[in-house]
Design a binder for this molecule. Structure first.
Ligand code: PXP
Length: 244
């Protein structure tokens, strides 16, 4: 079965809007777990625009499922991750001006940094996933530098307009997932997935984990986080092929 890792960064964005203590992303993470989420994701950005150091420390203490710390390959954040010991780190490119992570990593151009990052994380039993576009070259490079997993960037699929453009992106994701799996990498996917476009992603063989934030937190503002998580889990369960 495909597992669902819920990204709770936007809860911290709301909290920070007033500089206070509520809503608390740690409480939301606990509620997401109670609703059936199999992992929690949070991105400790260099500028701390949403999740803060206090949050990741508490999340590490509280998460019962799997803690995926999303981060850039930035020396300060690497040091924090090595002390924190999340179950998984997902490495993303990070630009200060972006609203959210915009593109996949250029693994080839950052080989040495990423190879060393993998070695350091593995020395603390932390798995490493690299966030990449559905591009065979970047996937091959991920394997070469020692990553355990890739997360396929689904943003282009999510933003594609019309059936033809969507199918084109789905085919790229299918080819990339197959190539990564056959190369021995675990495969996750995420970015821009919602209650309408996740169905097709679930049908792609070899994608074993989804990382979803914005749509679940947005729906949670209407329904509460437990219902929002459960509704996404229902979509995943209904659309995952029986053999996976
Ligand atoms: N995966 C990665 C690597 C991301 O950077 C993000 C955004 O924080 C997500 C998944 C979740 O994207 P969304 O909020 O669009 O569901």
């Amino acid at each position: 079965m495909i597992t669902l890792n819920v990204n709770i960064d936007h809860i911290a964005t709301i909290r920070n809007a007033r500089g206070g203590t509520e809503p608390d992303p740690v409480t939301s993470a606990m509620l997401a777990e109670l609703a059936g989420a199999t992992g929690i994701v949070s991105h400790l950005r260099e500028d701390r625009r949403h999740i803060k150091d206090r949050d990741v420390l508490l999340l590490r203490e509280m998460i019962q499922t799997k803690f995926d710390l999303e981060m850039a390959a930035n020396p300060e954040i690497i040091e924090i991750a090595l002390k924190l010991k999340p179950d998984l780190v997902t490495i993303v490119p990070e630009k200060r001006q972006e609203l959210t992570t915009e593109g996949g990593l250029n693994v080839r151009n950052n080989r040495d940094t990423l190879r060393k990052l993998c070695q350091d994380m593995h020395s603390k039993d932390i798995e490493v996933s690299l966030f990449v576009d559905p591009d065979e070259m970047q996937i091959e490079e991920s394997l070469i530098i020692g990553a355990d997993m890739i997360e396929l960037h689904t943003g282009a699929y999510a933003n594609a307009k019309g059936e033809k453009a969507k199918n084109l992106e789905l085919n790229l994701l299918l080819a990339a997932a197959t190539f990564a799996h056959n190369s021995g990498l675990k495969v996750a996917a995420g970015h821009g997935l919602n209650y309408y476009n996740t169905q097709n992603i679930c049908k792609i063989p070899y994608i074993k984990e989804l990382s979803i934030g914005h749509s679940i937190i947005a729906r949670a503002t209407y329904t509460g986080i437990e219902k929002a998580v459960k509704e996404m889990l229902d979509i995943i369960h209904l659309n995952t092929p029986k053999s996976i």
